[in-house]
Design a protein around this ligand. Structure first.
Ligand SMILES: Cc1cc2nc3c(=O)[nH]c(=O)nc-3n(C[C@H](O)[C@H](O)[C@H](O)COP(=O)(O)O)c2cc1C
Length: 326
């Protein structure tokens, strides 16, 4: 069980935000396999303040998609206040602030992981957010800017002092991006230093790695990111593995293809057929990861209609088992 402010979640496994991926259909699919708490992808406070149509679409949620956190990215207190005014009209449960994004354009604008180099500014921004919302506020950080400036403990203490109700830490530096080893040690030090819940992120790719991440860091929860791509079963499998130690069985191909069709349906309802099918192409590849289906994958990347994509999913189901073994 995980409690963040007044939000209590039965599972300690959280769906981490991923830009371009964590939309409503993706969250619903992961929730159907036991993900308890999910986040939107990072939402630019500036784009929100200017009510960009694409950005407002990213705020879409349903009653089944709760509890839900919205993650905002920003560096200007006035813009952030305007963004919070807009968010007040939406049914979110948590506001998460991004101090972790390593993208050059973001950090050079003093946002995302750029804030790890400006702890006082980050603390001030967190206070602004806390003073301008009634929701619990969390923050997502990294271990530091680079190997020579690991400052997550200082940053995390400041965040707690500012009044955040929970902290997410990706155990890599900004410089590492998404590569290299995850520093369990620094995540554990952050956990030890705080009273608020700490959720660990980094290589939560399998039930075994999730167990290791929790065990080595002592954290209250684990955030699953790349491990859930085409693999929403990770929530069911990891919960079972944490409870009983039972090693997960690979889902049957019928369960995989059923889930693919459900996901495709949700995406088409959300985005319309043309954009939806294009968006689903990469999910087809993720669901079929490790399968020996080069030609089918290429066809999926060229599919334009729902019927075409469904036919390819049916073809996948009909493939000989030897081609499907991962
Ligand atoms: C494609 C992609 C997009 C991401 N977008 C976000 C984001 O919008 N906000 C955020 O806080 N983290 C983002 N992340 C970071 C993940 O939430 C997570 O912290 C990171 O991938 C480490 O977990 P993993 O090694 O288990 O994937 C993103 C990661 C990836 C791979």
């Amino acid at each position: 069980m995980l409690s963040i402010g007044n939000v209590t979640v039965v599972s300690s496994l959280v769906l981490a935000p991923m830009a371009g991926i964590s939309d409503l259909p993706y969250r619903l699919i992961n929730r159907s396999f036991g993900c308890g708490l999910a986040f939107t992808e990072m939402i630019s406070a500036t784009a929100l303040a200017y009510k960009s149509r694409n950005t407002l679409k990213m705020l879409s949620a349903t009653d089944q998609d709760r509890p839900l956190g919205v993650q905002i990215l920003g560096g200007d207190p006035e813009i952030i206040k305007r963004a919070l005014d807009i968010l007040a009209g939406y049914p979110f449960d948590i506001i998460d602030f991004n101090a972790a994004c390593p993208v050059s354009k973001v950090v050079s604008g003093g946002k995302g992981a750029g804030l790890l180099r400006e702890p006082v500014k980050l603390e001030r921004l967190l206070k602004v957010i806390i003073d301008n919302t009634s929701l619990p506020v969390t923050v997502k950080i990294r271990s530091g800017w680079d190997e020579a400036s690991i400052n997550a403990v200082d940053i995390a203490r400041r965040a707690q002092d500012a009044g955040v109700c929970g902290l997410f830490i990706h155990g890599r530096t900004k410089t590492q991006g998404y590569r290299g080893t995850v520093d369990y040690n620094i995540i554990g030090k952050v956990k030890e230093s705080l009273k608020i819940p700490v959720i660990a992120s980094g290589d939560a790719l399998t039930p075994q790695l999730i167990k290791k991440l929790l065990a080595e860091t002592g954290c209250d929860g684990a955030a699953v990111a790349r491990g859930a791509l085409g693999n929403p079963w990770i929530f069911r499998d990891a919960a079972e593995y944490l409870k009983s130690g039972a090693l997960p069985c690979r889902p049957e191909i019928s369960e995989i293809t059923r889930t693919m069709k459900e996901h495709l349906d949700l995406i088409i309802t959300f985005r319309g057929e043309k954009t939806g099918v294009m968006h689903f192409r990469k999910f087809f590849a993720w669901y079929a990861k490790g399968m020996n289906i080069k030609k089918l994958r290429a066809k999926a990347f060229a599919a334009n209609t729902s019927d075409e994509m469904v036919r390819l999913i049916d073809e996948l189901q009909a493939m000989p088992a030897s081609e499907l073994s991962r």
